[in-house]
Write a protein that binds this ligand. Structure first.
Ligand code: 2AM
Length: 179
């Protein structure tokens, strides 16, 4: 019985992916292992090793989650010293993103996943084993228009790219928010 390492995530469209790559290229003095462009994403919920039954449960849980699409401004560069991660993300997490993460976390409880107690920190890992750099506002901030989210799997035995998108769930058109 094969387990997969799964996570729900926001996956950039090709234009946003290129903008993220350019944003990274603009950061002076980066040292570290850059994330492969096709691996750039924002994790929503990390599931860990999952067998096929629980994967089915997780997909059904996601089927019941709805929410509006939203704009995700990428206007912050940060560095976490302990995991040595250089990341970009947002100064203010958009409310629909927090709503999506809470709804997913809630619906996944029924599948027996450990509840996530940590505060949600939306970020795109740009490089690992990264030395600190000047953090703050990126020279070229960008707006990521989020219209869907995905279930992705790690394939740590190969790559890069290390991640594979398995399935997508559309979000409602932003104008339909609250309807
Ligand atoms: P990272 O990029 O900050 O390392 C696939 O591994 C994705 O899940 C990555 O985005 C990774 O975040 C995240 N991830 C890995 N292990 C995790 C954990 N124990 N808890 C939460 N997220 C995790």
């Amino acid at each position: 019985m094969s387990e997969q390492r799964l996570f729900f995530a926001l996956w950039p469209d090709p234009v946003t992916r290129q903008q993220l790559v350019r944003l990274r290229a603009d950061i002076p003095g980066i040292r570290g292992r850059p994330t492969h462009p096709e691996d750039l994403h924002v994790t929503l919920v990390f599931l860990g090793a999952v067998d096929p039954d629980r994967r089915g449960c997780a997909e059904r849980a996601a089927d019941s989650v709805t929410g509006p699409g939203f704009d995700l401004p990428i206007d912050r560069i940060g560095h976490w010293p302990r995991p040595r991660i250089l990341w970009c993300g947002c100064e203010q997490t958009p409310a629909p993103l927090l709503g999506l993460v809470s709804a997913l976390r809630r619906s996944l409880l029924g599948c027996g996943f450990e509840p996530e107690r940590r505060r949600y920190a939306a970020h795109v890992t740009l490089a690992r084993n990264a030395r600190p750099v000047a953090v703050g506002v990126p020279p070229r901030a960008l707006n990521w228009t989020v219209r869907d989210y995905v279930l992705a799997a790690s394939r740590l035995d190969r790559g890069p790219p290390h991640y594979q998108v398995l399935r997508r769930w559309p979000l409602a058109p932003a104008s339909a928010a609250g309807s």
